[in-house]
Write a protein that binds this ligand. Structure first.
Ligand code: SF4
Length: 428
């Protein structure tokens, strides 16, 4: 039986968000998928998946449309072998890495990304990374993390990657003054917009993590205040806090309201006066609100059901209900980090239903019973659900597309209105 746990027990009770925890078969991508957006962001890094042919196929098909001249990811395929063959396996890995690095002198950081085949699990990739780092020091740094489907859902790959980078961040010397660290991969265009808005308010000591170049890692210390740009970075936040950084609690920068609250958290920490904040944010906020009003026509009153996938589900549900008038049915999320999500949970409509984890058959039954207008789910569920007459939105698109900030608010709304409009056209 599934446990149902109220998030808050203080208020009236029946109006509180309710969390159901479920265990069972899951339908989610593994953490290797994060390589697709990470390799585009960190432009001097290479992601070498140590895995099977399945892993190579996954990464190729997920990235297929985005491959340009020389991709900055690849797969070292480890075929079946027994334990006695492990020494050879390490030799082969070293050979692959040496060959890659001599052919690609632009690489400054190489990530060895672990996967779940048993042959790979037997390999100690952290020792391999240390060995290869010594061999290629100081030109190339070799790190490792796991993107294995046993350990990670798809956005957790980014968490694991950033977590591996935190120990390398230089220490911010005390007395240098506060610095703001924006944590989580943002498209460059969004990063530029955020940097401009913060600078216009007077906040100029700003770094982004991950950076565009792996050799430009931001300094970190007790005077670091960090804002999360992505909700799926639980391990990274713990590592940052162990280095002295303090989180600025805020909703995530999705929609006009979320972006304003997110920027306001930084403005408050920097003592920016409310008039300056209003003067800087008014025009882009009003532009976003006007653009959202045009999308609201298509979305208001429509019922939406989220299967767990990206960990973006709760901030998206908040945005879609508060700014676009959508009706929330179930909000599935692979994990619920109550501390990181506290500001989002407080903004959800009273009585919202959240499911943490997944038992896909039970969830499919509930989805069919709810008969939502729109279902947000992974690729594996989308086609069967479409065939059964439901309208779907692929969760993965929400991670690949720039959706944060004022200028992207309407684009984000359009990702949800487009499938609904398409369904209406097909029915006409
Ligand atoms: S689930 Fe495991 S085997 Fe499949 S692609 Fe991901 S890491 Fe590779």
């Amino acid at each position: 039986m599934n446990a149902v746990i109220p998030i808050r027990s203080d208020a009236a009770g029946c109006g509180d968000p309710i969390v159901r925890t479920e265990k069972g078969q899951r339908e989610v991508f593994c953490g290797l998928t994060g390589i697709i957006w990470l390799h585009r962001k960190i432009q001097d890094a290479f992601f070498l998946v140590v895995g099977s042919r399945t892993c190579a196929h996954l990464i190729q098909s997920a990235a297929g449309v985005m491959i340009f001249a020389e991709p900055r990811f690849g797969t070292a395929i480890i075929d079946e072998r027994d334990l006695a063959g492990l020494a050879d396996c390490n030799d082969e890995l070293d050979k692959v890495v040496h060959k890659l690095l001599s052919r690609r002198p632009d690489i400054r950081t190489l990530f060895l990304v672990g996967s779940c085949p048993s042959e790979v699990i037997k390999l100690d990739l952290s020792r391999a990374a240390e060995r290869l780092s010594r061999a290629h020091n100081p030109t190339v740094r070799v790190l490792n993390y796991s993107g294995s489907g046993i350990e990670t859902t798809f956005t957790q790959g980014e968490d694991a990657c950033l977590h591996a980078l935190v120990p390398l961040l230089p220490t911010l010397p005390p007395g240098r003054g506060k610095r703001l660290l924006v944590v989580g991969t943002l498209a460059d265009v969004v990063e530029d917009q955020m940097r401009r808005l913060l600078a216009d308010m007077g906040i100029t000591a700003v770094d982004f993590f991950p950076p565009r170049n792996s050799t430009e890692l931001p300094e970190i210390g007790a005077e670091t205040r960090y804002l999360l740009a992505q909700p799926f970075l639980a391990d990274t936040t713990l590592a940052l806090e162990s280095r002295g950084a303090q989180r600025l609690a805020a909703p995530f920068p999705l929609g006009a309201e979320g972006t304003t609250a997110w920027l306001r958290a930084a403005a408050s920490a920097w003592g920016i006066d409310p008039d300056t904040f209003e003067a800087v944010t008014r025009a882009p906020r009003q532009r976003a609100e006007a653009a959202l009003a045009r999308q609201k026509v298509h979305l208001e009153g429509k019922k939406i059901f989220f299967f767990p996938d990206s960990q973006l589900e709760i901030p998206l549900a908040r945005f879609l209900s508060r700014e676009l008038g959508m009706v929330l049915d179930e909000i599935g999320t692979p994990y619920l980090h109550r501390k990181l999500m506290a500001e989002e949970l407080a903004l959800l409509p009273a009585g919202s239903h959240i499911t943490e984890g997944q038992h896909v058959e039970n969830q499919l039954d509930r989805c069919h019973a709810a008969a939502p207008d729109l279902v947000v789910c992974g690729l594996g569920l989308a086609n069967p659900l479409e065939a059964q007459g439901l309208t779907t939105k692929w969760a993965i698109e929400l991670v690949f597309t720039p959706i944060q900030g004022y200028e992207q608010a309407a684009d984000l709304a359009e990702l949800f209105s487009r499938p609904l409009r398409r369904r209406i056209k097909l029915a006409a």
